[in-house]
Design a protein around this ligand. Structure first.
Ligand code: LMR
Length: 401
């Protein structure tokens, strides 16, 4: 049976991790996978996480199955962090949350849920609309669940701006049986976010068209702040009957390998949320049965303690400020190295990523000749920049362009 298989290409993002690790060049620069790095190029464990983890080790009493929903305490606290404690949808008891293995687990649960929900719609076909471009794994993940993936215009590679009018025009043709995926903040891969008035317009359009929004929030706190980054999520949940939210704690809690995230659904009212939730739990049971508990317990301890939560917010601010500082630092360095092309857009974008805007040949040249690693699309992970490598990076970019 296996003899008939053809090999899959390596993942466009994760494949870079291996290549980078194997490179022996002393000046190598990793701008590939989206993980936070400090000045030393290290991905630290947050101090608040260390404390919460110690607390868990001291107090944990059992390893018995946690159940498909995961920890109720985590679900409540993460839900409140995302939707806001006084969100009308929360107050109306319309939100239900499950812990998931990372943000990708949340998306896969959402995908299977959508597939089931679509089977009882008029068309019977499950369709999701994603931004062009979107996170490289979105398409494969939804297609693997049997969902048709279509795209709406989003980022203009030439002008480095949002194609907002084209986006609205495309979404104005999406019907009530379809799902539209929106990035809450820190758009991956473009770094180009909707501003608040654009969110308001998209929310109005969602209500008019009746499609179901699925918001992917993998970087809450990395854009402008925890509350600011959740603007669209909070307003959308209050405004629409149905919504899905996929959250990740990989980046903002630095819990990458613990695999912890959440999938929340918002129903029209409490009883329809209960029905949808039963379907969500069935889906979870069929995929992985129950989520891992360790990362959820850490987040629950941090968010459940005033002191640890303040510490977390301060540590998150350090990460956010460093990334924003890196953005301006790279732009300035490129100017200093005599690069005439305008890269100011990098300083204006948000979150972990931006497109450098160079062609695949130049991306390859940076990798082959300078040991600088980024995704083929020229997406760079801004956190990989530091005072120690920015000169080399800017000089190398200047050489290839
Ligand atoms: C990224 O986009 O680099 C991150 O979300 C990591 C991943 O799994 O792709």
């Amino acid at each position: 049976m296996f003899d008939k298989l053809t090999a899959m290409p390596s993942d466009p993002i994760l494949g870079l991790m291996t290549k980078y690790r194997e490179d022996t060049h002393t000046n190598k620069v990793d701008l590939g996978v989206g993980v936070y790095k400090d000045e030393a190029g290290h991905t630290p464990i947050l101090t608040c996480v260390k404390k919460a983890e110690q607390h868990r080790i001291d107090t944990e009493e059992t390893k018995v199955y946690i159940g498909p929903t995961g920890s109720a305490g985590f679900n409540q606290l993460l839900g409140e962090l995302a939707f806001g404690i006084d969100n009308p949808a929360i107050l109306a008891n319309r939100v239900r949350t499950v812990s998931t293995p990372g943000g990708t687990g949340a998306l896969r649960v959402a995908a299977d849920f959508i597939k089931r929900a679509s089977s009882v719609t008029k068309s019977g076909e499950a369709v999701i609309w994603v931004s062009d471009p979107t996170w490289a794994n979105h398409t494969g993940l939804f297609e693997a669940a049997g969902i048709t993936v279509k795209t709406y215009p989003y980022y203009d590679y030439d002008t480095k701006t949002l194609k907002f009018n084209e986006m609205k025009a495309a979404l104005a043709n999406v019907g009530p049986d379809d799902v539209v995926l929106l990035h809450a903040c820190c758009h991956n891969p473009s770094g180009m976010d909707l501003n608040q008035s654009q969110w308001d317009e998209i929310i109005e359009l969602t209500k008019e068209q009746g499609f179901t929004p699925l918001i992917d929030m993998a970087y809450q706190g990395f854009g402008d702040g925890v509350d600011e980054d959740a603007y669209g999520v909070r307003k959308m949940a209050a405004a629409v009957d149905n919504m899905i939210l996929c959250s990740s704690c990989s980046k903002n809690f630095g819990l990458y390998r613990e695999r912890i995230g959440a999938c929340s659904i918002v129903g029209k009212d409490a009883s329809s949320a209960n029905v949808a939730f039963s379907v969500l739990l069935y889906v979870v049971r069929c995929i992985y049965s129950m989520p891992p508990a360790h990362g959820a317990a850490i987040v629950e301890t941090v968010l459940g303690s005033d002191e640890l939560k303040q510490e977390w917010l301060a540590e998150l601010k350090v990460m956010r400020d460093r990334i924003n500082g890196n953005r301006s630092m790279l732009v300035e360095k490129l100017k200093e190295k005599g690069v005439k092309r305008n890269f100011d857009f990098i300083a204006e974008q948000k979150g972990m990523f931006s497109f450098l805007g160079i062609n695949p040949k130049q991306v390859e040249q940076l990798q082959q000749e300078h040991s600088i690693y980024m995704v083929d699309s020229s997406r760079i992970s801004i956190a990989g920049i530091g005072h120690g490598n920015v000169d080399y990076l800017a000089e190398s970019i200047a050489k290839v362009i």
